[in-house]
Design a protein around this ligand. Structure first.
Ligand code: HEC
Length: 204
């Protein structure tokens, strides 16, 4: 019996490994930005912008609903975990899947229109390869912000929620300036698709 269980456990282990093998692809930077960083940052901004005190110089914990505390915790956890992957993978992480376009790519320097001064996917990859330690360090700053937010959401530590949410833009830009070559979305002439995507940058 024990032996059969052992074989079964082994077989299940092999199956689990095979399953992992299929999913082991590290998410690209572009996927991480569009599927995690952008929506989670938006959640944080949405929740905190509703929670400003009457003076407007800080947040009021009473204005964050139980559901919104959970949303903050989840946003912190997702950002922390994905930033951790980016930090660890650094040079191994791809900028995008070949079928994905990055924001402003056509307009970027090295892109088709060249109306916008940001890096092309190839340049981004080169910047990271030349300086993986700085890329990892910038990702870790975001990882820490996510971890702080998660903890603060559990303890309802409104001061930390305020610090993380008001500093978030800077944390994002700290990496964008260096590795995307910009902290702004491309101008309108970059095309309707990029223009729609460009809305991410403003909290309001
Ligand atoms: C460790 C580096 C790093 C951090 C930290 C980072 N980003 Fe990015 N981000 C990049 C790079 C590199 C690009 C350019 C490639 C691209 O556009 O996908 C990018 C591009 C983007 C884009 C454009 C995606 C597109 O459609 O092409 C958005 C939106 C974005 N980031 C949001 C954020 C937000 C919000 C944060 C902070 C919560 C953040 N990023 C933090 C590296 C980072």
């Amino acid at each position: 019996m024990a032996k059969r269980m052992g074989v079964l456990a082994l077989a299940m282990g092999v199956l689990a490994l095979a399953g992992c093998g299929q999913q082991a692809r590290t998410p690209t930077i572009n996927e991480s930005m569009t599927q995690v960083m952008q929506p989670e940052a938006q959640t944080i901004w949405d929740v905190t912008s509703r929670a400003f005190n009457d003076k407007g110089d800080g947040l009021d914990a009473a204005r964050i609903s139980p559901t919104d505390w959970i949303r903050l915790a989840k946003a912190g956890r997702k950002m922390r975990d994905r930033a951790h992957i980016l930090a660890v993978a650094a040079t191994k992480v791809e900028v995008r899947r070949i079928e994905d376009k990055i924001l402003g790519e056509d307009a970027a320097h090295g892109g088709v229109r060249q109306t916008w001064d940001a890096a092309s996917p190839k340049q981004i990859k080169a910047y990271i390869d030349a300086n993986p330690a700085v890329f990892a360090e910038r990702a870790r700053v975001l990882e820490q912000a996510g971890a702080d937010l998660l903890k603060a959401a559990h303890t309802k530590d409104i001061g930390t929620v305020y610090r993380v949410s008001s500093g978030m833009d800077e944390v994002c830009d700290g990496c964008h300036e260096k590795f995307w070559g910009t902290d702004e979305p491309p101008p309108f002439q970059a095309g309707p698709e990029a223009r729609d995507k460009g809305r991410w940058i403003k909290a309001s």
